[in-house]
Write a protein that binds this ligand. Sequence first.
Ligand code: DCP
Ligand code: MG
Length: 362
Amino acid sequence: CAHPSAKPESAVSPYACQRRTTLNNHNKIFTDALEVLAENLEFCGNQGPSLAFRRAASVLKSLPEALRCLEETQHLPCLGEHCRAIIEEISECGSCSRVEEILNDERYRTMKLFSSVFGVGPKTAENWFCRGLRTFEQVLNEPSIRLNRMQTAGFLFYEDISKPVSRTEASALKIIVEEAVICVNPSATVSITGGFRRGKEFGHDVDFIIKTPEAGQEDTILPAVIERFKSQSILLYSDLQESTFDLRQLPTHRFEAMDHFSKCFLILKLKGEQETGRDWRAVRVDLVAPPLERYAYALLGWSGSTLFERDLRRFARLERGKLLDNHVLYDKATEAVLIICLAVLRTLHHEGFGGAIAGVTV
Ligand code: DCP
Ligand code: MG
């Protein structure tokens, strides 16, 4: 069928960083299915094949309208035969049998349940599953399991932190974080990053980046902010990760989500009437404090989404011969380290990152 708005072959880029993506996903029925397939592969440790499903879902999310027929997928990148067959099955039957099978699979369901706990990754979830455990109750009553501090907090605040955080709650937290940051360093500033920076209405946590004007302040500010939260009795959990950042380190070819800046993973008490009858809820908050000269890269890296970041790096490497990570952009040909300033970063945001990377100057 010829959809009136069918795109010509070149319209959709295979790089997420070159696609404008609406916050309103018109193809949720397909992307939900592809993401279940991706997640199931991740639970099995098959990152490569999983990424193919994530890429396909990302392409569909960027479409301005719902797909009307399979032919419309013909010129879309990242959609192989397998993905197209899934789309076809869903179009015809309303669901995909393989996805339904996964959703009913005991291993998938248990892995999903266990890895929904803060501090429980796929390896731990699998370990618990292989030991025959299927419920939280069984895990908590298993004498041979010693939960670490993060997992203990994860179970303790499970109900609250698995509830999505709204934009209103994120804004309330910004005021709290800003107050604490300014109290310990009046010249520091705070910006919201992660999903809320991308305009999402809900998130699983709230991410903040702190800008400090003087060298070295990025290493002292987080412990001081944590102390401040403690003194206000709003700190429920904190995991401070000191900086391992090395100015001389160049980006690698491998995609590493974790960077080397000072950061902390927190659970904070947010005051406000709750459905539970309590007057507060627990919220996951991440703070990162990069050195000023690398602030722009850190902001870019923490804005996400993960696939956007992955493709931005892939684009920089394959299309522009540059290596990018959360710390720096490196030109392989000239062996130059490129420091982007905030003004350039803002332009990149407006013009689309991928297309503008080549124009980045020192
Ligand atoms: N990030 C990073 N290093 C970390 C943690 C996160 O570089 N140690 C990046 C990856 C994400 C972004 O920061 O692109 C935010 O991470 P989140 O997991 O909070 O993801 P989002 O904010 O995009 O989603 P959500 O709405 O679920 O919080
Ligand atoms: Mg987030």
